[in-house]
Design a protein around this ligand. Structure first.
Ligand code: GCO
Length: 462
């Protein structure tokens, strides 16, 4: 039986840098965050409610955690940008909270909300860090959910207005935009993925199509407002592995692959839905829709953690269940398998399939509540360092084998609100003491700073 690896709290010497002879000097190193997971200030300066504010009040998030304070980044963004400067990153990926700038999702604009992102963007630019702005990292305005959310085709128009506002306001200073973060994940999971409600399948198809249309329309809106901007979408693309060689498991895995990995990037980048889901999408398709979705893009964003093991469950949504993971594969403390070779293969797959420069917009290592400062106040996380080291080396191997990968962003700069797990799971290079909001860079922070300096031909910090 494999057991979850547990970090020692001692201050062992850090492992050396990864082997990256194939990465060019202008490879982009960064970190990623998202609005709801770090900002807090959910009831300040006119912000409207998001679906995650509502969900947090249903008792379904571990420990009843909410995003009300989170990392208090709304007030501490300067300190957080200073951390980024110390890291030496070239780019910072963040998202805008739609309900902060449009409290009702459409209509009246909240100037105070827009001004927050002005301050953040200006601080980044003054620090020589390129802002990478993602429009949607899951915090849909509750007011729009009340009107049917992504199930309503009007969502395409709502998202277009929002994209226009963002492009107009920030397009002179921001040159990198992503439309959505992991559309497959928020679709599958919020449409009861893995539950027994097969009747939800058609709703899922309708929802997917609307989000794809919203993506295409937002690309056009951003291009109109921010000429010369480089635009992409961010996908959570992982190998989907059948738990056994049985025909039913293999079939279930193939269908999950179509939904999880291809339902979004295929129409967005290639102009067609994967064969396996075409019939399901068809009833929601109107003439010209594929061309509306398939707008020219500049890059592909890949979020990758580990493969997904699937077996068949005919009664569940899209006929899948979570299959057992092979016992011999090592796991992170939150039980995600550590498989850097799968990362290398995925980079090769998406680079070849979509034919655009790939940026790894998320990769990282989660650990539970037992990650805390030791008696001298340091947070040693050798498990995270080993993980990042092996994944960055795998990235180099993918480049050596022909993948066009131009950047890598660690998830995440800070420990933060990890969706259903609340604050009980920590992904940061920086430890957050939620009682005091004190930020403590972990040993992985220093290690990553050294990796970046070495990669750029600079000497490591003392
Ligand atoms: C996702 C999101 C992040 C998560 C991270 C760790 O992939 O689910 O983009 O918001 O926090 O991936 O689970």
């Amino acid at each position: 039986m494999a057991t979850a690896s547990v970090d020692k709290q001692s201050v062992d010497p850090l492992p050396g840098p990864p082997s990256i002879p194939h990465l060019s000097k202008d490879f982009i190193w960064g970190v990623s965050t998202s609005s709801f997971q770090i900002e807090g200030a959910t009831q300040e300066d006119g912000r409207g409610l998001s679906i995650w504010d509502s969900y947090g009040r249903t008792g379904q998030v571990r420990n009843n955690d909410t995003g009300d304070i989170a990392c208090d980044h709304y007030h501490r963004y300067k300190e957080d940008v200073a951390l980024m400067r110390t890291l030496g990153i070239q780019a910072y990926r963040f998202s805008v909270a739609w309900p902060r700038v449009l409290p009702n999702g459409t209509g009246a604009v909240n100037e105070a909300g827009l001004a927050f992102y002005d301050r953040l963007i200006d601080e980044l630019l003054a620090s020589d860090i390129e802002p990478w702005l993602c429009l949607y990292h899951w915090d849909l305005p509750q007011a729009l959910e009340d009107r049917g959310g992504w199930m309503n085709r009007e969502s395409v128009a709502w998202f277009t207005d929002y994209a226009t506002l963002i492009g107009k306001r920030y397009g002179r200073r921001v040159k990198r935009f992503a439309t959505f973060n992991e559309p497959a994940i928020f679709s599958l999971f919020s449409r009861s993925f893995g539950t027994r409600d097969r009747s939800a399948d058609d709703k899922l198809n309708r929802w997917i199509h609307h989000v794809n249309l919203a993506h295409g329309a937002a690309v056009d809106a951003l291009r109109a407002q921010a000429p010369g901007a480089l635009i992409g979408c961010i996908h959570n693309y992982q190998p989907i592995i059948p738990s056994s060689a049985s025909e039913a498991d293999v079939k279930a895995a193939a269908l999950v692959d179509a939904y999880w990995n291809q339902a979004y990037p295929d129409p967005q980048y290639l102009g067609e839905y994967p064969q396996a889901i075409r019939a399901g999408i068809e009833p929601h398709m109107q003439p010209g829709d594929l061309a509306r979705i398939h707008r020219p893009l500049d890059w592909f964003g890949l979020n990758h953690y580990s493969p997904v093991y699937i077996n068949s469950d005919p009664s569940a949504l899209i006929g899948m269940g979570w299959g057992p993971k092979p016992a011999e594969i090592p796991r992170t403390p939150i039980d995600w398998t550590i498989e850097p070779d799968a990362f290398r293969d995925t980079l090769l797959t998406v680079s070849k399939r979509y034919g655009l420069p790939v940026y790894v917009t998320e990769n990282g290592y989660g650990r539970g509540d037992d990650e805390k400062p030791d008696e001298i106040g340091a947070v040693a996380d050798p498990g995270r360092v080993d993980f990042l080291r092996s994944y960055i080396s795998a990235l180099d191997a993918a480049v050596a084998a022909g993948a066009d990968v131009r950047g890598y962003f660690v998830w995440s700069l800070l420990d933060n609100f990890e969706w259903d797990s609340g604050y009980s799971v920590r992904f940061g290079l920086t430890y957050i003491d939620y009682k005091t909001q004190r930020r403590i860079p972990k040993s992985s922070f220093k290690w990553y700073a050294d990796v970046i300096r070495l990669a750029r031909g600079l000497t490591p910090a003392a």
